[in-house]
Design a protein around this ligand. Structure first.
Ligand code: ADP
Length: 286
């Protein structure tokens, strides 16, 4: 079993918090206490569950163990950030939770489906139906307009566009007057907002975001973070975001810290400086 510490927080070490402007605290939602723990312990169901997940790359002396028996439950409607030092296993965990990679050992359940027994084609189908992705590099098609990019997952799947949902999404992401523009005519922040709308258009059970603000200046990054926050609050969207940015993680309801392939800390909402302190102590402890 892997140790999950929920009480102790490592002591401050390193850079002064004063160097780090405080992130705005996320808006309180009914039913959540400061840490969001009340609602969680009340038993919100898990959209994604991982049990005893290990991942080893390579064999013999060259083998690298990226995950060591991680247990994770990601609850419906919750916005979870995954943090940890470089090499701690964040990307590996995200790829495995999203069914993009298979674990060496352990089980993953996505929206009620245990994916270990699925054939590759079935897994692709499940990802298409249940999972949305946002990447650091936006990954929009340059020849398509913003509107065409947004509906692309439906076009590929041969599904109809729900026009009411499309209108709500466009309203939520604030792109009304930019829909006919191609990506090159949009700012980085606008492109990422198109990518968020594209990820949400098929109403995924879970949205995975891999360093979604990594390529953005701080203002555009804030726009995208606030959009993700509103997607959780107003649309009930479950979000899992891998980030190394304490400010980004401070927008989440819950922060998981990985260390050497294990979940080292599982916390509720945290301020940017609290997250920064934990990260410093994990770096020092390596
Ligand atoms: P993080 O996202 O926290 O930086 P990763 O999940 O990328 O961590 O990597 C965890 C460990 O697994 C690291 O030691 C990394 O070098 C190793 N690793 C990741 N992907 C591969 C791969 N395809 N082949 C070999 N080793 C890998």
């Amino acid at each position: 079993m892997n140790p999950v510490i929920t009480q102790e927080r490592p002591r401050r070490s390193g850079a002064p918090a004063s160097a780090l402007p405080e992130a705005p605290r996320p808006v309180q939602r009914p039913g959540l206490d400061d840490d969001g723990r009340a609602a969680r312990s009340a038993g919100r169901d898990a959209v994604v569950s991982a049990r005893g997940v290990s991942k080893r790359y390579g064999e013999g002396d060259a083998a690298v163990v990226a995950l060591r028996g991680a247990d994770v439950d990601l609850r419906r409607g919750e916005f979870t950030a995954i943090m940890g030092p470089s090499g701690s296993g964040k990307s590996t965990l995200m790829h495995i939770l999203a069914g993009l990679d298979r674990p060496t050992a352990g089980t993953i359940v996505i929206d009620g489906v245990e994916i270990g027994g699925l054939k590759d084609r079935e897994l692709t189908q499940l990802r298409r139906e249940k999972i949305g992705f946002i990447f650091q590099s936006f990954n929009l098609l340059p020849t398509l307009t913003a509107a065409e990019n947004i509906v692309l997952p439906l076009t590929i799947a041969g599904r109809k566009v729900d026009t009411a949902w499309f209108a709500e999404l466009v309203e939520t992401v604030g792109l009304g007057d930019r829909l006919s523009h191609r990506p090159a005519a949009l700012s980085g922040g606008q492109q990422q907002r198109v990518a968020v709308a594209r990820a949400l258009v098929a109403r995924p059970a879970v949205l995975f975001a891999d360093e979604p603000t990594g390529n953005l200046d701080s203002r555009s990054g804030d726009e995208v973070l606030s959009l993700l926050r509103r997607s959780a609050d107003e649309l009930g969207q479950t979000i899992i975001m891998v980030t190394h940015d304490a400010h980004a993680a401070s927008v989440a309801d819950r922060v998981l810290f990985l260390m050497d392939g294990e979940v080292e800390l599982d916390r509720g909402r945290m301020t940017r400086s609290e997250i920064y302190d934990v990260m410093k102590s994990l770096e020092v402890a390596r």
